[in-house]
Design a protein around this ligand. Structure first.
Ligand code: FES
Ligand code: FES
Length: 159
């Protein structure tokens, strides 16, 4: 079956098998390696993307369900100013994200900041738990997100 979607701002047409997951199409067929291979069961969050502006685990989405939708992966998000806000915040807090969770962590943080410009502690905890991390501590991640929200907020307030 041939499907079309908008991927990181560009229309893409691709042939997909009905049993293919969106994560596999993005990573293997379209070479977007920022979509990490993880558990494949919807638990680790490493394959997180934005699908029509919603945060989803792409390993849980049949590829055909992305037809006519808008997909943003870390490769697309990295062109945005919010990406720089998040990196600056993490850097200031001394968070060094490794390649395993960085793409998903940055996307999930961007999603939260779009919804909650100054997130509450509960929202930050929810956000941190949406992506498994093997090497950064909870308190480091929390400080990084708080710093990221300060950058994001400041830029938004300055228009
Ligand atoms: S690989 Fe998709 S949630 Fe783990
Ligand atoms: S920083 Fe390594 S898994 Fe999160």
């Amino acid at each position: 079956m041939n499907i079309t979607f908008n991927l990181n701002g560009k229309d893409v047409s691709i042939e997909v098998r009905p049993d293919k997951r969106l994560s596999s199409i993005l990573r293997d067929d379209l070479n977007l390696k920022g979509v990490r291979k993880g558990c494949g069961t919807g638990h680790c969050g490493s394959c997180i993307i934005l699908l029509d502006d919603l945060l989803v685990s792409s390993c849980q989405i049949p590829a055909f369900a992305s037809r006519h939708k808008k997909i943003i992966t870390i490769e697309g998000l990295s062109q945005s100013r919010e990406f720089n806000d998040i990196l600056s915040g993490f850097k200031e807090a001394g968070v060094h994200l490794c390649a395993y969770c960085a793409p998903a962590r940055i996307i999930s943080t961007a999603y939260m900041l779009r919804k909650h410009i100054m997130p509450t502690e509960e929202q930050i905890i929810d956000n941190i738990s949406s992506v498994q991390c093997r090497c950064s501590s909870f308190s480091h991640l929390k400080n990084g997100i708080i710093q990221a929200s300060i950058h994001y907020n400041r830029r938004k307030s300055n228009g």
